[in-house]
Design a protein around this ligand. Structure first.
Ligand code: PAF
Length: 330
């Protein structure tokens, strides 16, 4: 009898130990991740890569629940959700970022970066990392800079080759003061609007056009609602991977390291998607029926010259020496 009792107690103890080691389904922590674009976009592939790394490295202790295509609302609302802790993670553009961290608007200055390599070196270097650290002060954990590519103009009025072609053009811009100042200076009629409203506004004709990188123009099928694409490349468009401090604070240091590693790999995936879109996006959009015009170096320089009054406004807001340091970065 005594022997049977000992065996039973041993079996109960073994079962308890096994249960405490195995990741029980109910112990899996859900990570709600929201982003503005489709799963087959640069945001979708980055979120997927992040999930793969975290799931593999934590033995499935976390599970990602994706809310693509603005499923949790516009980017401003999602960032507010990050601050409140109702959303664990997001990948967003710089659209509304400067409303949270004013210094982030520095990277939205038109014609600041020469090419993707230049932008990546600055964002991954001390200037980019210093600005990333400032998110802590406003209740946001910023893990890494990603990107969308260079923004180009699409519209339904006609090709844009020179600043005069912008006159009165109703262009949707992000809710971003740096971009709005640029389009006002060019003589357009900038209409700041959250992304979830843009396709409807283009269909209804309340705006003539919008501007976004090829990664967005292709993955959001803008050829269905826009006839002209002008490869203005007027501004680099960063993206950023954010996490809620409430979620982050609940992770062990080892788990935080895994989430950081996963975010770094997500950036590699995002940049790979952007490289591919920059290489073949214009051709794909031509094939989809858009009239695509590239700008010569002289035409681009004319846009840059026309923006001189806007730069005076930027110098009043941002440290001119820092702007010059970015431009001088090899
Ligand atoms: O234009 C925007 O608002 C952004 O580039 C987008 C499309 C939401 C991606 O972050």
């Amino acid at each position: 009898m005594q022997h049977t009792r000992t065996l039973f107690a041993g079996a109960v103890l073994a079962a308890a130990i096994t249960a405490s080691l195995a990741p029980a389904a109910s112990a899996q922590q859900e990570v709600k991740i929201g982003y503005a674009l489709a799963p087959n976009s640069h945001y979708g592939v980055a979120a997927q890569r992040w999930q793969e790394v975290v799931e593999a490295e934590t033995g499935g202790a976390f599970t990602f629940r994706h809310f693509p295509s603005s499923g949790l609302g516009g980017e401003r609302e999602v960032i507010e959700g990050i601050q409140l802790g109702t959303v664990e993670a997001t990948i967003v553009s710089s659209g509304t970022l400067s409303n949270f961290v004013p210094e982030a608007g520095l990277f939205d200055i038109p014609f600041l970066f020469r090419d993707l390599g230049h932008a990546r070196r600055v964002l991954d270097g001390p200037i980019g990392q210093d600005i990333l650290a400032k998110f802590d002060d406003v209740g946001i954990v910023a893990l890494a800079w990603g990107e969308q590519g260079f923004r180009h103009l699409t519209n339904n009025r006609g090709p844009v080759d020179e600043p005069a072609d912008m006159a009165g053009l109703k262009v949707r811009t992000m809710e971003n003061p740096v971009h709005i100042a640029a389009f006002e200076t060019l003589g357009a009629a900038p209409t700041p609007m959250a992304w979830p409203e843009v396709i409807g506004a283009l269909q209804q004709g309340t705006i003539d056009g919008q501007e976004n990188p090829l990664s967005v123009i292709t993955s959001a099928n803008l050829a269905e609602v826009q006839s002209y694409l002008s490869l203005t490349g007027h501004v680099y468009s960063p993206a950023v991977i954010l996490v809620s401090p409430a979620f982050w604070g609940g992770l062990s240091p080892e788990e935080q390291e895994i989430f950081r590693q996963g975010a770094a790999e997500a950036v590699v995936a995002m940049r790979g998607f952007v490289d591919a879109a920059e290489a073949s996006g214009a051709e794909a959009l031509r094939a989809a029926g858009m009239a695509v015009n590239d700008l010569t170096a002289a035409q681009r320089a004319a846009f840059q010259a026309a923006l001189a009054p806007a730069y005076e406004r930027y110098y009043a807001t941002y440290d001119r020496a820092l702007i010059e340091q970015i431009i001088a970065t090899e």
